[in-house]
Design a protein around this ligand. Structure first.
Ligand SMILES: *[C@@H]1O[C@H](CO)[C@@H](O)[C@H](O)[C@H]1NC(C)=O
Ligand SMILES: *[C@@H]1O[C@H](CO)[C@@H](O)[C@H](O)[C@H]1NC(C)=O
Ligand SMILES: *[C@@H]1O[C@H](CO)[C@@H](O)[C@H](O)[C@H]1NC(C)=O
Length: 251
């Protein structure tokens, strides 16, 4: 992103928070009419605005590693959704690998490798980027370590619960789970794999103290939300079909 884009985004943040700040002032009566309290609130808004703009301006968008890691953050979920749907309608991976299970392992390996490439460039970017004065302190680091640890716990335990085919889109290959997993981590999160991954990105960004990392973590979250919009209804449909077929058989 060029300097001009950075300044456009910065001024967008500035105007959004200024509008919010003055809206709060105007709405003082709606909040109990305490002028000094509302002044304090809108002052806080302006401070937040300054921090957002500063954090954003610290990001070096010219950094090749940052650009590549952002590319893979967007590319990977798009890739696996397209490939999995193609598999579902054409079985091309099943044919290529010789069986549904081997086809799914092939896709799993591909997705896993793409994840490693993304993570590699993310780490590179964090090394290249400026350290944020807002984020360079022990508390932020401790929060980062905690989030990273919890994120990894979610990812690893959900992989343990689902197995390789359950984790890597096995349902598109016709490899279905017998029943819904409800054990930890699925009792604390609906999508522990995605939430764990997002938390790991966020934690890493905080450990390194780089605002560019926060931006990437935000993008990871956005992409996973989008991916879920595609995957959840499709998976539900696949299982509904299976249950329908089952009940026909037992009748
Ligand atoms: C961006 O702007 C700053 C100051 O306005 C300047 O020092 C810097 O060299 C510019 N960077 C690029 C890539 O143009
Ligand atoms: C108004 O807000 C200030 C600051 O929060 C507080 O100290 C004060 O007690 C409040 N006054 C009333 C009347 O609620
Ligand atoms: C989820 O399961 C774990 C392990 O069985 C348990 O320790 C935890 O309390 C459960 N959490 C919730 C919110 O039910």
């Amino acid at each position: 992103m060029s300097n001009s884009t950075t300044s456009i985004v910065s001024s967008a943040i500035t105007s959004a928070t200024s509008i919010a700040s003055s809206a709060f002032k105007t709405a003082t009566p709606a909040f109990g009419g305490n002028e000094s309290f509302m002044d304090m609130i809108s002052e806080k808004f302006l401070v937040i605005q300054e921090i957002y703009v500063d954090l954003f301006q610290e990001i070096n968008f010219e950094d090749r590693a940052l650009q590549i890691s952002i590319f893979f953050v967007a590319f990977n979920p798009i890739f696996w959704n397209i490939v999995a749907r193609l598999e579902y309608s054409t079985h091309f991976l099943t044919k290529l690998a010789g069986s549904a299970k081997r086809g799914c392992y092939l896709l799993a390996m591909t997705i896993f490798s793409l994840g490693l490439v993304r993570d590699y460039f993310f780490e590179q970017a964090l090394h290249n980027q400026f350290s944020s004065p807002y984020l360079q302190n022990e508390y932020v680091k401790m929060v980062g370590v905690t989030l990273f640890g919890f994120g990894q716990l979610l990812v690893l335990t959900s992989m343990y619960q689902l197995g390789i085919t359950g984790t890597y889109l096995g349902d598109y290959f016709g490899i279905l789970m017998d029943e819904r997993v409800t054990a930890f981590p699925f009792n604390v999160s609906n999508n522990p794999m995605y939430q764990g991954s997002t938390l790991s990105f966020l934690g890493t960004a905080l450990i390194y103290g780089k605002s560019a990392g926060l931006l990437v973590a935000f993008m990871v979250q956005t992409m996973y939300n989008l991916a879920l919009k595609l995957e959840e209804p499709f998976t539900a449909q696949i299982y509904a079909k299976r249950d329908e077929a089952k009940s026909k058989k037992s009748n």
